[in-house]
Design a binder for this molecule. Structure first.
Ligand code: R5P
Length: 336
C-alpha cells in the first residue's frame, strides 16, 4: 500500500510515514456509486488498488438498484459517494449500496461522503422545521453503515448525530499549502460569516496573516444572503475569502463586494465544497475574483468552472485516511 509518498502531497507531516500494518479485516476494497467515479478512481490510484466491480442504476420507474459483481465477504469496504446533485438520488444510491453490502456479508462498511448534504439543516432554529442532517445520519446507520468518513462538515456538531465512528477530515491544510506557495501582498484572510470565523481563523493562523470578518445576515429560509459590516482591515491587502461551501455564490459575491469597497487589492476565494448550483459559476466569473480555489469533494461540470477556478484534489488525503482506517492507525495524526 503506497502510503508514504502521499503524506507530503496534502501537507501532512513526513515523520508520520505510514508503516505496513495488518488489518483486522480482510482485503481493503473501494467501490463507487454514480456521484463521483473520477474521485474514486484517483483514490484507487493513490492506494494502488483496483476499483471494485458494481452496478448502480435506476429502473425506468426511478427506483435505484445495486448489484455487487464480486465477492465481498468479510472485506473492509469503502463506498465513495459524495452527496452531489441530484442530491436525493445520490443519497438513495448510497443507502441502497450499504444495504447490498450488508446483505453480502461485508466485514465492515465505511460510507465515504466527502460532501455531506443536508448539513445546513442541523438544528431546529425556527418552529416546525426538521433537522434533516440528523435524519440522514439515522438513515445511514439504519441501512447498515459501520463508519463514516467525511470532509469539512457544515457544522462539526453533525458528528454527534451518529452513534457509529465518524472521521471528519479537513481540506484546510491543502488550501493553506496552496496559498503559501503564492506571493501575496499584505495577505489577510476574510471570514464570510461571524458564525463560521473559526475556519478562517485557523487559515489565518497557519498563513500567519491578520483576520477580517464579514457580518452576514440571512432572513427566513431564502437562499440569498445579505452581507452587512466588515470587522477588520483589508485596505491595500490581498484578501483570501474562505467559506466551507459555495452554493448560489451569493455569500461570496456579497463578501467580495464589501471588501472591494473597503479597498482590498487582489481577491482570492477558497472553499472546500464547490456545489455551484444554478448560475453560480457565471456570476462568480463576472466578479473581481483573481482565483476561485475549490477542492474535488464534489464533481464540478467543466461548464461551471470559471476561468479563475483552480481545483485541488482531496484524493491523496482520502486515500491516506482510508489506508489508516484499514490498518487501525491514527487518522488524527495526519493533522498534527
Ligand atoms: C453558510 O452558512 C455557509 O457557510 C455558506 O456561506 C453558504 O452555504 C453559501 O451559500 P451561498 O453560496 O448560496 O451563499
Amino acid at each position: 500500500m503506497p502510503c508514504a509518498k502521499g503524506l507530503q502531497e496534502y501537507g501532512g507531516t513526513p515523520t508520520l510515514m505510514s508503516v505496513r500494518r495488518v488489518s483486522l479485516y480482510q482485503e481493503l476494497s473501494i467501490f463507487s456509486g454514480n456521484a463521483h467515479p473520477q474521485l474514486a478512481r484517483s483514490i484507487c490510484d493513490y492506494l494502488g488498488r483496483p476499483m471494485g466491480q458494481i452496478e448502480v442504476f435506476e429502473f425506468s420507474n426511478e427506483e435505484v438498484f445495486v448489484k455487487i459483481l464480486e465477492n465481498v465477504r468479510q472485506r473492509d469496504c469503502f463506498l465513495i459517494q459524495p452527496i452531489s446533485s441530484p442530491v436525493n438520488t445520490r443519497l438513495m444510491e448510497l443507502l441502497v449500496m450499504i444495504d447490498a453490502f450488508k446483505r453480502s456479508s461485508a466485514g465492515r462498511i465505511t460510507a465515504v461522503m466527502p460532501y455531506y448534504a443536508y448539513g445546513r439543516s442541523d438544528k431546529k432554529d425556527q418552529p416546525r422545521v426538521p433537522i434533516s442532517a440528523r435524519l440522514v445520519a439515522n438513515l445511514l446507520e439504519t441501512a447498515g453503515a459501520d463508519r463514516i468518513l467525511t470532509i469539512d462538515l457544515h457544522a462539526g456538531q453533525i458528528q454527534g448525530f451518529f452513534n457509529i465512528p465518524l472521521d471528519e477530515l479537513t481540506a484546510l491544510y491543502l488550501l493553506t499549502r496552496y496559498f503559501k506557495e503564492k506571493t501575496l501582498q499584505n495577505p489577510v484572510v476574510v471570514a464570510t460569516d461571524v458564525g463560521d470565523s473559526k475556519r478562517a481563523r485557523n487559515l489565518a493562523e497557519r498563513m500567519d496573516t491578520p483576520l477580517a470578518i464579514i457580518e452576514k445576515r440571512r432572513s427566513g429560509n431564502v437562499e440569498r444572503a445579505e452581507a452587512m459590516n466588515l470587522i477588520g482591515e483589508v485596505e491595500g491587502c490581498d484578501a483570501i475569502v474562505i467559506d466551507d461551501e459555495i452554493l448560489t455564490g451569493g455569500t461570496i459575491l456579497q463578501a467580495v463586494n464589501v471588501i472591494k469597497a473597503h479597498g482590498a487589492q487582489d481577491i482570492y476565494v477558497a472553499a472546500t465544497h464547490g456545489i455551484l448550483s444554478a448560475n453560480a459559476g457565471a456570476k462568480l466569473a463576472e466578479a473581481p475574483i483573481k482565483e476561485l480555489v475549490i477542492t474535488d469533494t464534489l464533481p464540478v461540470p467543466p461548464d461551471k468552472l470559471t476561468p479563475q477556478a483552480k481545483v485541488v484534489s482531496v484524493a491523496p488525503l482520502l486515500g491516506e485516511a482510508i489506508s489508516r482506517i484499514h490498518t487501525g492507525q491514527s487518522v488524527g495524526a495526519l493533522f498534527q
